[in-house]
Design a protein around this ligand. Structure first.
Ligand SMILES: *[C@@H]1O[C@H](CO)[C@@H](O)[C@H](O)[C@H]1NC(C)=O
Ligand SMILES: *[C@@H]1O[C@H](CO)[C@@H](O)[C@H](O)[C@H]1NC(C)=O
Length: 479
């Protein structure tokens, strides 16, 4: 029997799925998933900022913030109305009200900045042409609201900064900048520039870095480090440094103190009171909108969904994709071995069935040949007549040159099988027949072997005899 040769290559090409049939990792037959050891590849791992690092949850809340700036220019400089350089207030006297809200994969920070009125000494100084010593400034051509006339030394000023961040595909609690906005009065559009990232460091620190394009065409780099001071995480300090990336000069360094306000209500009250106390020329509602906020941002335009989804891992595609799984090496071998075993079993089964069919064919033919000549008497159900069998044996034995020696030779059996009406047997079947008859393999069949074999084809003999009797009956009936 020839079994098909299974080279490993054949096996592989037959058993391995094509590359477009993606294999799932982590199955019994494939390698474990990258996502099991690397959360970036785990599509099910949370994108929630606070679940990734609860320091962000600790930072969430409402704050009152005081600050100290080293930036000299920030103090009482008339603002250049074309270049928007300068600030006619005291940066160090600023009080901010900050609302940090984290929700799922998104973080919102809204900061109201309130400047007290400038001192009279500053207001008495001459103002250069094209500049002003009081804000907000309404550019020529823009309708001035009724009663709007801010006066230096009388009115304070308010502006805002806000920023929007999302968690990242790193899934490590780091945040990326979606963008931000600055100011009621100046450019209040949503600004996507700034490729900032933020990290939680250890148990108490948050670090923010970013860069942005400066109005003067240069590049700004900023770094802000936040540290929780109190054990209840209600007090924090932060230092913000701004650099000019082109000149490496430090533009400003500001340190902040954040005090958490226990309730949103208190915070809203404090914020509104600060607008009044500092004589801010407009109320919040007329500029940034009512507080609590009813819009998603304070500026003229909020980040839209498309802009959020440039970064938000909830709605953007991760660069970390679980690759198609590979089969385990053992499985490939196992499959080949199992495959070959199955093939072998099938081939063997077919072989055994053929053998059985051949045996039955031979027996049937032999039985038919015997039954054609032997006189079995009337009752076919009775065991075959021993005398008749002996006679049959001798008849076959008498055939060739060595006739009557008590053994049936191969030639004698061939002569017997080829005579009569039992049909012709193939040479191949005949060889098998002789081998089966010749039990001891001595090349000749003795009487005992002859009887032995006949007994195994009893059923066929009986069938042949039955056919013969039916034929006789039919014959008689028709007579
Ligand atoms: C704080 O910010 C969140 C997120 O933008 C906003 O939904 C909420 O109304 C703000 N709270 C107040 C008091 O303005
Ligand atoms: C979102 O804003 C961008 C500008 O950054 C704009 O091109 C886009 O059409 C806006 N998408 C939607 C859905 O409003």
């Amino acid at each position: 029997m020839n079994f098909p040769k299974l080279s490993l290559l054949t096996c592989l090409s037959l058993s391995l799925p094509h590359s477009f049939l993606a294999l799932k990792c982590g199955q019994w037959n494939t390698h474990s998933c990258l996502g099991d050891i690397d959360i970036r590849y785990d599509a099910d791992y949370t994108n929630s900022i606070t679940e990734q690092n609860d320091l962000w949850a600790k930072q969430d809340g409402f704050y009152m913030v005081t600050q100290t700036s080293t930036q000299e220019m920030a103090h009482f400089n008339p603002v250049d109305l074309t270049g928007t350089v300068g600030l006619p207030y005291d940066d160090n006297a600023v009080v901010s009200y900050v609302n940090i809200t984290t929700s799922g994969s998104r973080r919102y920070e809204h900061r109201y900045i309130i400047y007290p009125p400038a001192p009279q000494e500053f207001c008495d100084l001459p103002v250069p042409p094209g500049a002003t010593n009081v804000l907000p400034y309404i550019p020529p051509g823009v309708p001035v609201p009724p009663g709007f006339a801010p006066v230096c030394g009388v009115n304070g000023y308010a502006t805002f900064v806000e920023s929007f961040k999302t968690s990242s595909h790193e899934k490590d609690g780091s945040l990326v900048n979606v963008g931000g906005a600055l100011g009621f009065a100046r450019d209040s559009g949503f600004d996507k520039s700034g490729d900032g990232v933020a990290y939680a460091i250890g148990e108490r620190s948050l670090s923010f870095t970013g860069s942005s394009d400066r109005a003067d065409g240069g590049k700004g780099i900023s770094s802000k480090n936040w540290i929780f001071i109190g054990d209840d995480f209600n007090l924090a300090r932060a230092v913000l440094e701004n650099y000019n990336a082109n000149t490496a000069a430090l533009i400003s360094s500001t340190s902040y103190q954040y005090t958490k306000i226990a309730s949103e209500e208190d915070w809203v009250d404090m914020l509104q009171a600060a607008f009044v106390a500092n004589n801010v020329q407009f109320d919040i509602a007329s500029r940034g909108g009512p507080v609590p906020m009813e819009r998603a941002c304070l500026g003229a335009r909020c980040p839209n969904e498309t802009e959020w989804c440039e970064h938000d891992p909830e709605c953007s595609e991760s660069p970390y994709k679980e690759p198609n799984a590979r089969l385990k090496a053992g499985v490939v071998a196992g499959f080949c071995i199992a495959g070959a075993a199955v093939l072998l079993a099938i081939v063997t089964l077919i072989f055994i069935r053929r053998l059985k069919q051949q045996k039955e064919r031979i027996k049937a033919q032999f039985a038919a040949r015997i039954a054609a000549t032997i006189d079995l008497g009337v009752d076919a159900n009775i065991a075959m007549n021993p005398d008749a069998l002996k006679e049959e044996f001798q008849k076959i034995d008498s055939g060739a040159d060595d006739g009557g020696d008590g053994y049936i030779s191969k030639d004698e059996l061939w002569a017997f099988m080829s005579s009569g009406k039992a049909g012709t047997m193939t040479k191949k079947d005949f060889d098998v027949l002789f081998l089966t008859l010749d039990d001891d393999g001595n090349g000749k069949v003795d009487y005992l072997e002859f009887i032995n074999f006949l007994s195994t084809c009893g059923a066929y003999v009986k069938k042949e005899v039955q056919n013969k009797e039916d034929f006789v009956d039919d014959d008689e009936n028709s007579a």
